[in-house]
Design a protein. Structure first.
Length: 80
């Protein structure tokens, strides 16, 4: 049985040369091991697409699963 990775979220701390990021906003982080090895995170940004950004631009949050699911539902509803 394949286990799905739990959703991860991060708060944007800075957005130098990244117009599609808003400082202090919460973003969903998608799994990308290759990017992580290079100190990047794959983020769904304001364009609604996922792009790589320096990990130093974010603080990754460790949230209870119940909170992560609620945030994911809220983000999906606002994107629709």
């Amino acid at each position: 049985m394949k286990s799905r990775a739990a959703p991860r979220f991060a708060i944007c701390l800075k957005n130098k040369n990244a117009e599609d990021l808003v400082v202090r906003k919460l973003y969903q982080v998608l799994p990308d091991e290759r990017a992580a090895k290079e100190n990047y995170l794959r983020i769904i940004d304001e364009s609604g697409e996922d792009y790589l950004y320096p990990a130093s631009y974010f603080f990754v949050l460790k949230l209870p699963q119940k909170v992560e699911r609620a945030i994911k539902r809220t983000l999906a509803a606002t994107a629709a």
